[in-house]
Design a protein around this ligand. Sequence first.
Ligand SMILES: Nc1ncnc2c1ncn2[C@@H]1O[C@H](COP(=O)(O)OP(=O)(O)O)[C@@H](O)[C@H]1O
Ligand SMILES: [Mg+2]
Length: 254
Amino acid sequence: MIDVENVTVTFDDVTAVRDIDLRVDTGEFVTVIGPSGCGKTTLLRTIGGLQDPTNGRVLIADRDPAASQSDANLGFVFQQHTLFPWKTALQNVTFLRKMAGKSPRPGRARELLEAVGLEESEHLYPSELSGGMKQRVAIVRALHLDADVLLMDEPFGELDEITRDRLSVELREIWRQERKTILFVTHSVPEAVLLADRCLLFDGPPGRLVASFDIDLPRPRDERVFESPAFQRQVAAVRSALYGTRTEPASRTD
Ligand SMILES: Nc1ncnc2c1ncn2[C@@H]1O[C@H](COP(=O)(O)OP(=O)(O)O)[C@@H](O)[C@H]1O
Ligand SMILES: [Mg+2]
């Protein structure tokens, strides 16, 4: 579904990502983790067609990312949310679908807003919402667009733990029911393991893929998985690769 072929992105004097080869299959949930500044956002933007690669190419469903974008087959959640200031929360959520020629489905939009605790805020404008609330609207908007491919750049980073857990449940449910293809950047190792079929470890700059972990925990996964030794072993393995040292024994909780 997503094919990244030998992609390098260079800005003036910085090579942000170098020689990336990556394939994400249809319906696969892949998480990306790595230190700050290692090129994760650049990679996601390049896959989304917002940044041209200096070398190599990206294909989404065998087409240029721009083509997927223009028929709303790509949903984004970026670190900086980009809501329309003159539209309410609900209008922001339904507008992208309308633009894409899809039915607005306000009932479903409200359901998703409710899932993230914004049922009372649907008529508020972005200037009346906190940073975390705006981020939730941006996430709901991407989910509501109902694209086959979702690119999410630390979408839960600014949220409080309760909201993050609720959204994480909602995202896994949507993924499970509709088999979206998801590439999800996070800086939380437990989140990277909880969500993923496969977790990719990046390092840089220049950003490059240094390890890949198949996460073979049974699904559906809920919060009880945090207690399971298998989960803790996976988290310890990713963490040890991330920090280049052996971590605490797998039996210890986080
Ligand atoms: N538009 C840009 N112009 C110049 N340098 C950039 C630009 N975007 C990213 N970079 C540089 O590329 C490197 C990777 O950045 P980024 O992809 O944002 O990393 P991450 O998301 O992993 O924190 C950094 O050194 C950053 O300063
Ligand atoms: Mg980033």
